[in-house]
Structure formats: structure tokens, C-alpha cells
Design a protein around this ligand. Structure first.
Ligand code: C2E
Ligand code: CA
Ligand code: CA
Ligand code: CA
Length: 277
């Protein structure tokens, strides 16, 4: 029996070690990326279809490695979540945004959307982090909107609802992101204080699909209106999609058709070139 046990334990140690090394190395790379300024923020304009004006932006994180390659946000965000690094990374993001905002010229009430992960919502310093960020960009008189996914609302419901209510009473807005794509019941629509419902691109895509039928999209829009939530549709790529949404009472759209995510400097140029009429 001995040799077998020895072989097994050697195997076990080898596998565990390589697993640990892989894990710690991604964590180190995220840390190094932050320390060396490899992260930046792009801002995607959101259009108000009622007045045709820029309503605000969604902040989207970007990572360019020292060798010039870009890491996809869905990849490194998922890795940061898995490695317990998402709170640190989001704090870093909030600092980057505040730095960008120092030179911005935007109208009062300009919306700034921030994607918030589940771990952060449940972190004891969450409210403090958001308040600190709000104070750092207070000169813009912005409307900060927290974008939460259905998944992030599953656990610690009471705690999270309480925190969101507190922040909302201070003027911060809450959006449910990628609506309809998570594995969640609809009960959270009653449990959580919400202002916006963001419709995922996958439902918008149906507008130009072969049969032209969009029962789910139409139902989501009706549901949002019944709940007195404002609707933001994402991933609009064509004028037809925009017209359809406009005709169905959707007020806000975001997508390549209106504007792509832009660097801070490019956003300021874009705003100058697209002035209010
Ligand atoms: P999301 O929150 O659904 O963000 C919208 C994504 O759709 C962005 O991808 C944006 O570039 C893309 N998009 C916008 N309009 C169009 C369009 O017309 N066509 C197409 N094909 N795509 C469009 P991105 O920047 O690659 O981000 C992917 C996801 O990564 C985000 O999805 C979000 O879940 C996550 N993410 C990005 N930045 C952050 C962050 O700072 N924190 C957290 N927690 N998640 C983030
Ligand atoms: Ca989002
Ligand atoms: Ca989204
Ligand atoms: Ca999405």
C-alpha cells in the first residue's frame, strides 16, 4: 500500500501547487497592472431619445498590458471576481474616473454609470466607497448610477436593499443591468429600490431577426413601465432598432449606432462635436 499512498500524495501536492501558483499569478498580475497604470476607463455615451441629447455615460474598464495587448473586460472582471480582487479593482476604477472627471465639462445631472459586482455590494465599506467617489466628483453635480446584475442581488438581500435605499436617499440611482439574462426570479423587482432597467443587447438583437417578432423585448418594456422604471436599451447598432425602441416608449439608448465607448479625452471631443441644438 505504501507506494500507492506516496504516489497519490506526491500527485496531490504537485497539482495543488500548480493550481495555487496559477491563482496567485493572476492576482499578482492584476495588482501589478494597477500599480503600473495599465488600467483605464472608457466611457460610452447614453442618448435620451425624447430630446435627442446626451444623457450621460457608462464607465467601462480597460486593461492594456505592458506588451501592448488588451485583455477583454469580461475576462479580467471574471478573474478579479474569482480571485477576490474585484473590490480593489473597482476602487481603482473609481479613482481613475475621479481623475478623468477633474477636467470634464458636462451639464449638471450628467449620468455616470458604474458597474458594481456582488462582492462589493456585500463588502462592509461599500457605502463608504460610493460616498467617497461621489464627494470626489461632486463639482460636476453628476447623477451617479450603480449598475447591478440580477446575480449580484441574489445573496444578502436585506443588507443590500438597505444599503441601496441609503444611497438612493442621497441622490444615487440604481439600475438593474443585463435584465433577463441572469438566473433569477422576478421577486427582486419588488424587494430592491430601483430606478432604471437596462435591457440586454440579446433582446435588442431580435428587432432585426428573421421573423421580426420581439415578444420578450416588448414584455420587458411593458413590465418596466408598469413598475415605473426608466428603460435603457443597450447594444443598439442600427437606425431601425432605435426607431423601434423609440416608438415603444424606451427613453434611453446606448450602442455603437449612437457612440462607441471612448477614452476620456475622446469623450470631451465628441461632446464638443455633438453640442445641444
Ligand atoms: P455590460 O455592463 O453589459 O456593458 C456593455 C457592453 O456592451 C460593453 O462591453 C460595451 O462596449 C458593449 N457594447 C455597447 N454597445 C454595443 C453595441 O452596439 N454593439 C456591441 N456588439 N457591443 C456593445 P465591454 O466594455 O467589453 O464590457 C463587457 C462587460 O464587462 C460589461 O458588460 C460589464 O459586465 C463588464 N465590465 C466592464 N467594465 C466593468 C467594470 O468596471 N466593473 C464591472 N464589475 N464590470 C465591468
Ligand atoms: Ca453595465
Ligand atoms: Ca449591460
Ligand atoms: Ca450586456
Amino acid at each position: 500500500f505504501m507506494p500507492m499512498a506516496v504516489i497519490l500524495s506526491v500527485l496531490f501536492v504537485a497539482v495543488t501547487n500548480s493550481w495555487l501558483r496559477r491563482r496567485s499569478s493572476y492576482r499578482d498580475e492584476l495588482r501589478r497592472g494597477m500599480a503600473f497604470g495599465e488600467f483605464s476607463v472608457h466611457y460610452q455615451p447614453v442618448c435620451n431619445l425624447v430630446n435627442g441629447q446626451l444623457a450621460g455615460v457608462e464607465a467601462l474598464m480597460r486593461w492594456q498590458r505592458s506588451d501592448g495587448s488588451w485583455v477583454r473586460p469580461d475576462i479580467f472582471i471574471a478573474a478579479a471576481e474569482a480571485e477576490g480582487m474585484i473590490v480593489q479593482l473597482t476602487r481603482h476604477l473609481l479613482q481613475l474616473i475621479a481623475k478623468d472627471c477633474a477636467s470634464w465639462k458636462v451639464p449638471a445631472g450628467f449620468h455616470i454609470g458604474i458597474n458594481v459586482a456582488a462582492d462589493h455590494l456585500q463588502h462592509e465599506d461599500f457605502v463608504k466607497d460610493i460616498r467617497g467617489f461621489s464627494q470626489n466628483i461632486a463639482h460636476l453635480l453628476p447623477t451617479i448610477t450603480l449598475e447591478l446584475t440580477e446575480r449580484s442581488l441574489i445573496s444578502e438581500g436585506d443588507l443590500v436593499a438597505h444599503r441601496l435605499a441609503e444611497l438612493r436617499s442621497e441622490g444615487i440611482r440604481v439600475a438593474i443591468d443585463d435584465f433577463g439574462t441572469g438566473h433569477c426570479s422576478l421577486t427582486y423587482l419588488q424587494t430592491f429600490p430601483l430606478d432604471y432597467l437596462k435591457i440586454d443587447k440579446s433582446f435588442v438583437n431580435a428587432i432585426e431577426s428573421a421573423d421580426g417578432e420581439t415578444p420578450i423585448l416588448d414584455t420587458i418594456i411593458q413590465l418596466a413601465h408598469r413598475l415605473a422604471l426608466q428603460v435603457v436599451a443597450e447594444g443598439i447598432e442600427t437606425p431601425l432598432q432605435m426607431e423601434y425602441l423609440k416608438n415603444h416608449g424606451v427613453v434611453f439608448i446606448q450602442g455603437f449606432y449612437y457612440a462607441r465607448p471612448l477614452s476620456s479625452a475622446a469623450l470631451m471631443v465628441w461632446i464638443e462635436q455633438n453640442p445641444p441644438p
